[in-house]
Ligand binder design. Structure first.
Ligand code: UDX
Ligand code: UDX
Ligand code: ADP
Length: 452
């Protein structure tokens, strides 16, 4: 079978590489309008950093996995077409700052309608607001002229940084489709693809709307856990409780569970905020303001956590960071990814730049160009320097901020760092990654999140 995926990003690239790797019988072509991105997928320097991805791509690329900008041919030849393009939060017009921007999705639907010659199964892979399938379907059917289009929802639950492990061994695969004979047949076709490596009982099938809504709900529930524990972290700081101890104590209750209770500088990533905003927008649209407010609270708490961290840095540094060098270690929204979308580091750095701090930023995988773009600063800007390593960033600094939980930060020589810093040497561990007692023994004034 021929499979095509429109969109060669963080989701489309790894997911299609895994399908090709696991299903030698199928030919998978990933297309994108971005030539540079496709060139990168065809090179040794993939555009997405993800542990284990290089091996999977190398194993299949050129045999049954292809990356191309020839969108039309790939669509025309494929039986199954995944849509995995970006659906950012709208920045203009009705629903700005809340609704999902579906123009890229609509372009794909129109393109599929235009170039398809036979019947197609169209799969929504991007996270979409519930009932998007209806819009895609209407566009396709209005232009179908005797062809049949089945629309499936197959949301991706992989997390960045663990994408390959998540794809290889997913908790579940979800496929939603029309509950008609043609819809059920299309669902079965896609189920058969995943059954190539996923145990059958982990492949769930539902109607389209349940599948679309499950994706938003899963992300809202996950983000809600982080905001809940982050809310408690503020209370811990006021009461000498320790948030990691609290998280451990509640997480052992099997009804609560231990995962996703790591207090932090706030969640980031391309999904959580966007999806919750989307859920909030949908609730308002359907006349459910109380439900909208409930979920909006998760975002409000996350914004609070990011600003609270920056304020704490300023107040601890004698209420001024003006012209003080501050080392920022970590810029990605979590470890093991080069993705910075909605990273808490962006907001914390902006708050500190506002206070005229001189930031020296180091991240193991994020490029200088990306950091500058996120902070909207040029190379001439005197407040932002991008460093080659953690030692350069911390030289003569007044404070060190850990904003991403990269493993390599645990192995740094903190005595060496302390010796080259201004005194008192402050350290703010925004990920509760380091041993604060050891740091205090070296001489640091070290603080974590939610530790009084
Ligand atoms: C609760 C805690 O579970 C327990 O650990 C603590 O020691 C005391 O408070 P309890 O209030 O007795 O225990 O019952 P619980 O089973 O937690 O249920 C509380 C309420 O939530 C009930 O009204 C129950 O019907 C409701 N509930 C529970 C739901 O509506 N849905 C659920 O999934 C679970
Ligand atoms: C998330 C969902 O986990 C995934 O299922 C969905 O498909 C896409 O969105 P992702 O955004 O890649 O994945 O990363 P995730 O591991 O969920 O982390 C999101 C953010 O929450 C990160 O900034 C992370 O640092 C933060 N986080 C996570 C915490 O602060 N504490 C935690 O306990 C867990
Ligand atoms: P995600 O994290 O959802 O994968 P990305 O932004 O990483 O999001 O990837 C989405 C990709 O979709 C981008 O590479 C973008 O160029 C591509 N894309 C957007 N619109 C179209 C389109 N109409 N045709 C083909 N590719 C598209």
């Amino acid at each position: 079978m021929k499979i095509c995926c429109i969109g060669a990003g963080y989701v489309g690239g790894p997911t299609m590489a895994m399908i090709a790797h696991k299903c030698a019988d199928h030919t998978v072509t990933v297309v994108d309008i971005n030539q540079a991105r496709i060139d990168a997928w065809n090179s040794d320097e993939l555009p997405v950093y993800e542990p284990g991805l290089d091996e999977v791509v190398q194993a299949a690329r050129g045999s049954n996995l292809f990356f191309s900008t020839d969108v039309d041919t790939a669509i025309r030849e494929a039986e199954i077409i995944f849509i995995s393009v970006n659906t950012p939060t709208k920045t203009y017009g009705v629903g700005a700052g809340c609704a999902a921007d579906l123009r890229f999705i609509e372009k794909c639907a129109r393109k599929i309608a235009e170039v398809s010659e036979g019947d197609k199964i169209v799969v929504e892979k991007s996270t979409l607001p519930v009932r998007t399938a209806e819009s895609i379907k209407r566009i396709l059917l209005a232009n179908s002229e005797g062809r049949d289009f089945q629309i499936l929802s197959n949301p991706e639950f992989l997390a960045e940084g663990t994408a390959i492990a998540d794809l290889q061994n997913p908790d579940r695969v979800l496929v939603g489709g029309d509950q008609t004979p043609a819809g059920l047949a299309a669902i079965q076709k896609l189920v058969d693809v995943y059954a190539g490596w996923v145990p059958r009982e982990r492949i769930l099938t539902t109607n389209v709307w349940s599948s679309e809504l499950s994706k938003l709900t899963a992300n809202a529930f996950l983000a809600q856990r982080i905001s809940s524990i982050n809310a408690i972290s503020a209370l811990c700081e006021a009461t000498e409780a320790n948030v990691d101890e609290v998280a451990n104590a509640i997480g052992t209750d099997s009804r609560i569970g231990p995962k996703f209770l790591k207090s932090s500088v706030g969640f980031g990533g391309s999904c959580f905020q966007k999806d919750i905003l989307n859920l909030v927008y949908l609730c308002r649209h359907f006349g459910l303001p109380e439900v909208a407010d409930y979920w909006q609270g998760v975002i409000t708490m996350n914004d609070y956590q990011k600003h609270r961290f920056a304020r704490r840095v300023v107040s601890t540094l004698f209420n001024t960071v003006s012209d003080k060098k501050i080392a920022v270690l970590g810029f990605a929204f979590k470890k093991d990814t080069n993705d910075t979308r909605e990273s808490a580091a962006i907001y914390i750095c902006r708050d500190l730049i506002e206070e005229q701090a001189k930031l020296a930023i180091y991240d193991p995988k994020v490029s200088e160009a990306q950091i500058r773009q996120d902070l909207k600063v040029t190379e001439e800007n005197p407040y932002v320097t991008i460093c080659e390593d953690a030692y350069a960033a911390t030289k003569d600094a007044h404070a060190v901020l850990i904003l991403t939980e990269w493993d390599e930060f645990k192995a740094l020589d903190f005595k060496k760092i302390y010796d080259q810093m201004q005194l008192p040497a402050f350290l703010f561990d925004g990920r509760n990654l380091l041993d604060l007692e050891q740091l205090a023994a070296i001489g640091f004034e070290a603080r974590g999140i939610g530790q009084g």
